[in-house]
Ligand binder design. Structure first.
Ligand code: PHE
Length: 354
């Protein structure tokens, strides 16, 4: 009987005990499994055996080979985990009781603009609503008067998840939910005034002014006798507060199935002053806030009687607003993780009240 495979297994097991570091593993592998290693020299010895013995011995060598391969793989996992743990243990611990320092960290420019706009709208009686980034076809499209196969869907291709869910393409996806949430209170005489900021996703070709992940802030107001003048008033107030000066705006007709009439509210590009640059695609204007009067079908879908109530909706492009506010020329900066670019807008002189 050809004993050598069993002997090799024993020698290997002893040798394994001497391995303590990840860096030793490769040497061990070459020693046993390499071209000139123990396993292949055993294979060569097979030649000298009789054909009957060859088969049985070959099988046993293979078993030992598999055993060595498996053991080395397990050892690799074990040592990796040990080294990671060592790194964790040696990491500097941090002191939770350290006093807050305004010098450490900064807010993302989107957070800064979002808070500013939230403050302005809450001061005008709006509530701030939260809404999920994952939604479904009904909320994102159908409840907004965009039935399946409607051409308006082509503008808003998104990322579909399994289980019929999708990543929301616009903050309008929350309209139905928010309208439903407040419709009873509306019946009791309280107008619906809500904003809902959120991250949106679209399958976009990325360039200086398009991103697949961006922020909008939706706003709705519903009551008896709400008209376009209310909409224009709120938009102008908000923009002049954000920019602390009068901004030039223009209204163009715009088509969105969930508003009628619908508009595009553009602001004159504040980066180039209207002369044309890469941020405004050389047009001097930036589409900032599509808006309009809520379509009767959208109110009906939420259980609100469109004969009794009217309302406006707007979808403020918050990422665009942040670009204008801070003079950021390339939209890709926002998701870049480039701390040098992103950290410069937090006012470090601001001291948080205790
Ligand atoms: N949801 C629309 C979009 O993202 C914008 C919009 C909101 C238009 C509200 C009208 C009213 O394209």
């Amino acid at each position: 009987m050809f004993e050598k495979p069993d002997e090799l297994r024993e020698i290997f097991q002893k040798r394994l005990e001497t391995i303590a570091a990840l860096s030793d593993i490769e040497e061990l592998r070459i020693e046993y499994l390499g071209k000139k290693g123990y396993v292949s020299s055993l294979m060569q010895e097979l030649r000298s055996l009789s054909p009957e013995d060859k088969k049985a011995a070959g099988q046993r060598i293979n078993e030992v080979k598999q055993f060595i391969e498996g053991t080395i793989a397990d050892k690799l996992v074990e040592l990796k985990a040990k080294e990671e743990q060592k790194l964790i243990d040696s990491a500097e611990s941090y002191d939770e009781s350290m006093p807050f320092s305004a010098d450490i960290g900064s807010y993302h420019p989107i957070t800064l603009v979002r808070r500013e706009v939230e403050d302005i709208f809450t001061s005008m009686g709006f509530t701030v609503e939260d809404y999920s980034e994952i939604t479904d076809d009904y909320n994102c499209f159908e409840a907004l008067n965009i039935p399946p196969h409607h051409p308006a869907r082509d503008m808003q291709d998104t990322y579909y998840l399994s289980s019929d869910q999708l990543l929301k393409t616009h903050t309008s996806a929350a309209q139905n939910t928010i309208l439903r949430k407040y419709k009873d209170s509306l019946e009791n005489g309280n107008p619906i005034r809500a904003i809902f900021p959120g991250r949106c996703f679209r399958n976009e070709k990325i360039d200086a002014c398009h991103e697949n992940t961006f922020f909008q802030m939706e706003g709705i107001m519903v009551d008896k006798d709400i008209s376009i003048s209310n909409l224009i008033y709120f938009m102008k107030t908000m923009l002049s507060e954000v920019f602390q000066k009068d901004v030039t705006v223009r209204l163009r007709p715009g088509f969105f199935p969930f508003v009628e009439p619908g508009f595009e509210l553009d602001i004159q590009c504040l980066i180039c002053g209207g002369e044309g640059c890469s941020s405004c695609k050389d047009s001097g204007w930036l589409e900032l806030c599509p808006c309009g009067m809520i379509h009767p079908n959208v109110l009906t879908a939420a259980g609100i009687d469109p004969e009794k109530y009217t309302g406006f909706a707007f979808g403020l492009g918050m990422t665009r607003l942040a670009m204008m506010r801070y003079g950021i020329k390339d939209i890709r900066v926002f998701n870049s993780g480039d701390l040098k670019a992103l950290s410069q807008f937090t006012d470090k002189s601001f001291v948080r009240p205790e």
